[in-house]
Design a protein around this ligand. Structure first.
Ligand SMILES: Nc1ncnc2c1ncn2[C@@H]1O[C@H](COP(=O)(O)OP(=O)(O)OP(=O)(O)O)[C@@H](O)[C@H]1O
Ligand SMILES: [Mg+2]
Length: 327
């Protein structure tokens, strides 16, 4: 049975379409990622699946329950960690957990046992009586995950679980998330704009952009489809370079971007000298050149012509993108 099914899901805010016809299924026991830049529609999607937001059209079910007609059963069967922190700062970790447990009407004796067990799982049991306002960002995130698991959900939604955390804390959290999936068999749907996170954690990744899925598969498959290696060349004369090397038989794909060219090919190290020689013979200056194995970033770039990082670069970019989306 699928843990989640999504069919032609749409969310409009006025005449702006934030989620545009999403369809996908998530297997029970899967870790599924929605990867995309700011404003892609990730949180909106999660909000609809967790019944926080009504879809404009389309269907979806979670744990077999219809998100439109069976909201209560959907809510009881899921755990959710929101993108924005939702802990009570003035309460201790234990009290935050206890409050949540009472909301879900978990009997006192079960609640007490379960809270300790979960705080041990995320290694916060020794700090259970400290006020949350004294917690670090990583500790808060771990507490929110523990809280989301208190009523033993089969499906856990994690909206940007490691946003803004340092790399070490992020790695640590990834271990917990993997453990939850492997040891407890919990289906996890997470959103992220960190490609490393999607790469590391997710069995399958849906790359979303402007409310649409532009690619969906295992990270391995998505990267392999780009083909072998990627050479990135930064040059002012990128267009000249493009016309000179485009017909080389070794090159599988070549794309021109703002101030650089990306080339997809097998065994890049064997062919790179030839490309550089051709450039210099034609008086083209190469500012920098790098060779790497394709990442999910390359996949995003391939489908959208933009990089996720570029999208993250400035608020101006974000505004521009939103304006484009609205047009
Ligand atoms: N309540 C709302 N009213 C109007 N527009 C909204 C509302 N909520 C979201 N949007 C717009 O819908 C788009 C998708 O937003 P959403 O929060 O789903 O993106 P996201 O992928 O989660 O981005 P981020 O990575 O920044 O969290 C954005 O352009 C956003 O401005
Ligand atoms: Mg979001």
């Amino acid at each position: 049975m699928y843990a989640i099914t999504v069919e032609d899901l749409v969310k409009k805010f006025g005449d702006f379409t934030a989620v545009n016809n999403l369809s996908f299924n998530i297997e029970s026991g899967e870790v599924f990622g929605l990867l995309g830049p700011n404003g892609a529609g990730k949180t909106t999607t999660i909000s609809m699946l967790s019944t926080m937001l009504k879809p404009t059209s389309g269907n979806a079910s979670v744990n077999g329950f219809d998100i439109r007609t069976n909201e209560d059963d959907v809510r009881k069967s899921i755990g959710i960690v929101f993108q924005d922190q939702s802990l009570d700062e003035e309460l201790t970790a234990y009290e935050n957990m206890d409050f949540h447990g009472r909301l879900y009407r978990i009997p006192k004796n079960v609640r007490q046992k379960k809270i300790i067990e979960l705080l041990e799982l995320v290694e916060l049991d020794d700090k259970k009586d400290n006020l949350v306002k004294t917690y670090s960002g990583g500790m808060r995130r771990r507490l929110e995950i523990a809280r989301g698991l208190l009523h033993e959900p089969k499906v856990l939604f994690l909206d940007e679980p490691t946003l803004g955390l340092d790399p070490q804390t992020r790695n640590h959290l990834w271990d917990y998330i993997e453990k939850l999936n492997k040891e407890k068999g919990i289906t996890i749907i997470l959103t992220t704009h960190y490609m490393e996170e999607a790469d590391k954690l997710c069995h399958r990744v849906a790359i979303v952009d402007r409310g649409q899925i532009i690619a969906l598969d295992t990270s391995e498959k998505l990267k392999n489809d780009i083909g072998g290696d990627v050479i990135t060349i930064v040059s002012q004369q990128k267009d000249d370079l493009y016309s000179i090397i485009r017909s080389l038989s070794e090159i599988k794909s070549i794309e021109v971007h703002d101030n650089f060219i990306t080339i997809g090919l097998q065994n890049a190290e064997k062919h790179v000298a030839k490309i550089v020689t051709m450039a210099s013979e034609n008086g083209i200056t190469i500012e920098s050149l790098s060779i790497h194995k394709p990442t999910l970033e390359d996949v995003f770039l391939h489908f959208t012509g933009r990089t996720i990082r570029e999208e993250e670069a400035s608020t101006k970019d974000k505004m521009r993108m939103m304006m484009k989306g609205r047009r």
